[in-house]
Design a protein around this ligand. Structure first.
Ligand code: SF4
Length: 457
């Protein structure tokens, strides 16, 4: 369970580390990637295309002929961070192309930074490449610019995000993603499977399925079958599971058909892990958010999932201090959490976002009340996490190695831990011969609030 600072998104992604040595005279581009894993996937696609066209990628401003800043515009704080990053790139390099969510509001960017070379919106890969071509003409060398079949990835080699769709058909009042990213557009299932198979061939051991609304996948395609693969989340999850690596589902909106995924988890085809943002538990708060799912029903669903797959780990995110949230509504959420016993929880204090409908709702909650509710929520969440992890002591678990440091300490993850947002399992001794991407069995011998320790068996 991660204790997110209230001003960060739960899915905030690590800054990319780019290692590449350009040949003399090779056109070179830098990339600053802000925001969530979905934005990170966009950055990877842009870099893949640039590498394919013969550009080198610079890990610093000084070595780049121009810099792309892939921005985030989810919260006002994220917009401010994006503007700051653009300013830094301008002062360090001077030639800056802006893309990503903030690019949906070009005048907002150019108002603050009139000297940027170009502003393009989210997923406008062609426009980004056009802007790069104009700023730094390509100079391909067919003998050296060979691209690995899996493309350029900014995540460690043994796990990779896999984006299955863009956009969202919901209209949650606190969210402006549908305005920035548009309605749901799913990738054909065969294209997703082909990309996943290439990643597995290239050594990826874990696929992290992401989108704005994973359970809606294929709705816009009427769930058609094409080249042997049906565009429906249950079929896609099964097909991905057959690739023989860990498959983890993120951003699963709580639709009733989510229950069809549970048997795949029980069979071991996909990981017994569900990242499902409930946001709140009180029916009135959910109604004001324009979210579905009556709280009582959600508890029934959770009980049914656990009955069918006892191993399942549930991660969710919540907003406290939403406009109009009364103490009684908040208490309902706390009671619900006590009953739901979720494994991983992220919690955010409500924040206005320019353009969100919730800004105009009556009854905004004072910031000290939001903070107090957040503290109470996280205290309960932490106690649940600690008790759940303590119960794991003595169990034997399969873990995936993420890193082995120079002191021989291996940082690993269990099936219940997604990278960056959940906990870790550490092995302190006997890690000789282990490398990132290895799967090993451990016995858990110690538990903390969010992490575990174990020994190899
Ligand atoms: S489902 Fe998610 S992306 Fe879609 S509107 Fe709601 S919060 Fe935003």
């Amino acid at each position: 369970m991660s204790q997110n600072p209230p001003d960060l998104r739960p899915d905030i992604a690590p800054r990319p580390r780019i290692d590449a040595a350009p040949r003399p005279g090779q056109p070179t581009i830098g990339m600053v990637s802000l925001g969530c894993p979905k934005a990170l996937v966009d950055s990877e696609r842009i870099l893949t295309r640039l590498r394919a066209e013969g550009y080198a990628i610079s890990p610093d401003y000084a070595g780049a002929d121009a810099v792309i800043v892939n921005t985030c515009g989810f919260l006002d704080s994220a917009k401010a961070e994006s503007l700051e990053a653009i300013g830094e790139a301008l002062s360090e390099n001077g030639r800056v192309i802006v893309t990503g969510c903030l690019g949906a509001e070009p005048e907002f960017v150019t108002g603050a930074h009139p000297s940027v070379l170009a502003v393009t919106g989210p997923h406008q890969y062609e426009q980004v490449l056009d802007a790069v071509h104009a700023a730094v003409p390509p100079d391909p060398d067919p003998f050296v610019d060979l691209l690995p079949g899996s493309g350029v990835r900014l995540t460690p080699r043994h796990y990779s995000y896999l984006k299955i769709s863009e956009g969202c058909n919901h209209k949650c009042r606190f969210c402006i993603i549908p305005d920035m990213r548009g309605r749901l557009v799913s990738r054909p299932a065969h294209a997703v499977i082909r990309e996943a198979a290439k990643l597995v061939e290239a050594g990826v051991r874990e696929l992290l399925v992401i989108s704005q609304d994973t359970s809606a996948y294929g709705l816009d395609l009427r769930h058609v079958s094409d080249k042997g693969h049906r565009a429906h989340i249950t079929d896609l999850a099964r097909d991905l599971g057959r690739l023989g690596v860990w498959v983890r589902l993120h951003y699963v909106y709580p639709y009733p058909h989510v229950r069809d995924l549970i048997p795949l988890m029980a069979e071991g085809l996909i990981l017994p892990y569900l990242d499902i943002p409930f946001q709140h538990a009180h029916p009135e708060t959910l109604r004001r958010m324009a979210r579905p799912a009556a709280a009582a029903k959600t508890l029934e669903e959770i009980a049914a999932w656990r009955r069918d797959c006892p191993e399942i780990a549930l991660r969710s995110t919540f907003i406290v201090g939403y406009p109009g949230e009364t103490e009684a509504e908040f208490q309902t959420l706390l009671d619900w959490l006590e009953e739901a016993q979720l494994d991983r929880v992220g919690c955010f204090q409500y924040e206005n976002v320019a353009g969100a409908q919730s800004n105009d709702l009556p009854g905004h909650v004072p910031s000290e009340v939001k903070q107090e509710r957040w503290d109470r929520f996280m205290e309960k969440a932490q106690a649940i996490s600690e008790a759940k992890l303590t119960a794991r002591v003595g169990q034997r678990l399969e873990v995936l190695v993420d890193d082995v440091d120079e002191d021989g300490i291996a940082t690993c993850r269990t099936k219940a831990d997604a990278p960056e947002i959940d906990g870790c399992l550490f092995i302190d001794e006997g890690t000789g011969g282990l490398a990132p991407g290895d799967l090993v069995t451990v016995e858990v011998d110690e538990a903390g609030e969010y992490d575990l320790w174990g020994r190899r068996i």
